[in-house]
Design a protein around this ligand. Structure first.
Ligand code: SF4
Length: 282
């Protein structure tokens, strides 16, 4: 039995078994990244798709994903690689790549406008060792590194990667403990601590998906944006917030897509506190 220290779940894992996220395994008395170098998705994406609006706009970034996630969002758009039974199947079939191979691929994509590597699609922090090792090589080659994350990790994980990461998009999925705990299977306090620390050393943008009946209250957006307004990126710039529209999918099909007017109204409220607010999926 070994204990994982990566996120608030602190899974105690029997030898040879996977943790809750399916990305980490107990081996020889310690917990390691089972998804290390196992690639399920690879694409040269516009940076705006991450989404990052104020980090090298107009550029493209080599986006890399593995499998597994430590949350259980019922509307996940990447559920096939994050937390369904199919994700467990990927554990067997994913292509393997070394950090050197991914960094080389990123260098060769420079001619197509690539600025670096984005670790995204599934939750990258559950396999932080691969992120750290790859990002280190990429940085040595003059590339930028981006993480797209749910921010559900202990600060010791952030410290491992901090020297190599240039930007992050972090989900701040709502502003109540109830929503994080009961709907997403997460821990809001851990995410908020992660955001506060990350913003001290790299460019940070945040994303909030507005789910009808869950996190779409005006007062909640007032509180969320007021909290974000107290943080600054390292250059002193305010943190951008992306407010995006929910569509019914996966295990959450009991409600309509978010009303577009509601998304715009919440964006207006956020703008009372924040300089950079963007709407998505509208
Ligand atoms: S990262 Fe995975 S194995 Fe580790 S504590 Fe979190 S859910 Fe459990």
């Amino acid at each position: 039995m070994a204990k994982c220290k990566v996120c608030f779940r602190h899974c105690e894992i029997e030898e040879g078994n996977l943790g809750f996220c399916c990305g980490r395994i107990s081996e020889n008395g310690s917990v390691e990244a089972y998804n290390y170098g196992r690639i399920t998705a690879l694409a040269l994406d516009p940076i705006e798709k991450k989404p990052l609006a104020r980090f090298f706009p107009g550029s493209r970034i080599l986006s890399v994903g593995s499998f597994g996630c430590n949350l259980r969002c019922p509307f996940c758009q990447n559920h096939d690689i994050s937390w369904s039974e199919e994700a467990k199947r990927y554990a067997q079939t994913a292509q393997k790549a070394t950090p050197e191979e991914i960094a080389e691929l990123a260098v060769s994509a420079r001619q197509k406008g690539n600025i670096g590597i984005a670790f995204t699609y599934n939750e990258p922090l559950i396999g932080f060792e691969f992120v750290r090792d790859t990002a280190k090589l990429a940085k040595e080659k003059g590339l930028k590194n981006v993480i797209v994350t749910n921010g559900t990790a202990e600060l010791c994980v952030l410290e491992e990667m901090r020297p190599y990461i240039d930007a992050m998009n972090i989900d701040l999925k709502g502003f109540t403990d109830r929503y994080y705990r009961d709907v997403l299977g997460g821990d809001r306090g851990q995410v908020m601590s992660f955001i506060e620390e990350a913003a001290k050393s790299c460019h940070v943008e945040l994303t909030t998906l507005i789910v009808p009946g869950e996190n779409d209250g005006e007062e909640e957006m007032r509180e969320l944006s007021a909290w974000v307004s107290r943080l600054k990126c390292p250059g002193g710039e305010g943190i951008p917030l992306h407010i995006s529209r929910f569509f019914p999918r996966f295990h959450m099909t009991d409600r309509e897509a978010t009303d577009i007017g509601k998304v715009y109204r919440l964006a207006e409220i956020a703008r009372e506190n924040l300089e950079y607010v963007y709407t998505g999926n509208c």
